[in-house]
Structure formats: C-alpha cells, structure tokens
Design a protein. Sequence first.
Length: 133
Amino acid sequence: FEILIYVKSSLESLELRGNELGNVGMVDVMRGARRAKKLKKLDVADNKFEEEKEVIDGFLDLFAANTTLEHYDLVGNGITDAGAEKLIRGMFSKSHLKKVLIPPDTCSAKCFEALETALGVKKGGKAKKGKKK
C-alpha cells in the first residue's frame, strides 16, 4: 500500500497475481492505486476476491479517480455476470480504459460482448474499421 501512495513513485505496473488478497486486501490495494499517478497496469488475477459491494464500488471509484490506470486484469477471482455488469456500466464514460480482463469461466459471452462495446465505444466508436473508398 505504501509504495502506491509514495509521492515520487514511478511505478507503472503492479503485478500481484496469485497473492490471495481477498476482499479486504483488494480494497486496500485500490485505495493506494487511487493515488498512484504513474500506474498504468494493475494485475490482480487469482487473488480470491469476490464481487462484494465494497470491491465493486472500489473498482468503480478507481476507474474514475486514476485516469492513468488503463489496464486491469481481474481474471481468476469471484466475479460473475452480476459484478461484471456493474463494472461494465461504470466503464462507459471512462475513455482512458484500454483493457479490462474479466474471468472467462464465470462470466457469460453476453458480458464479454458488453465489455467489448464499452471499451470500443469509448475510443470514438473505432471498434470496427470502415471499408476504404
């Protein structure tokens, strides 16, 4: 947590894959990541956190608070369609988000389509390239 809030931190990528942070630890990481002004990538795959209100709200707050952070890896955690849909709704006005990975084993194809739309729409509708004239 302290390394994330250090004023002169130049940390651009934080890879915490497989650390079993759980809900409480994940909320602490997000609290620090809000202040990490150079952080671009947050990999918290396989950390055994669930889609509890404090976790989902934490990600929604982080999406809004840290506009440098553009890549999230949430694979391998307890996020289902219900939690993914809340996260996706929170992504629509966040043009800085480039890549958000959600668990493929607990989220439906419908969620993945919505995620692609959310990330594609934010880039000025460039999800599909037009034909050359």
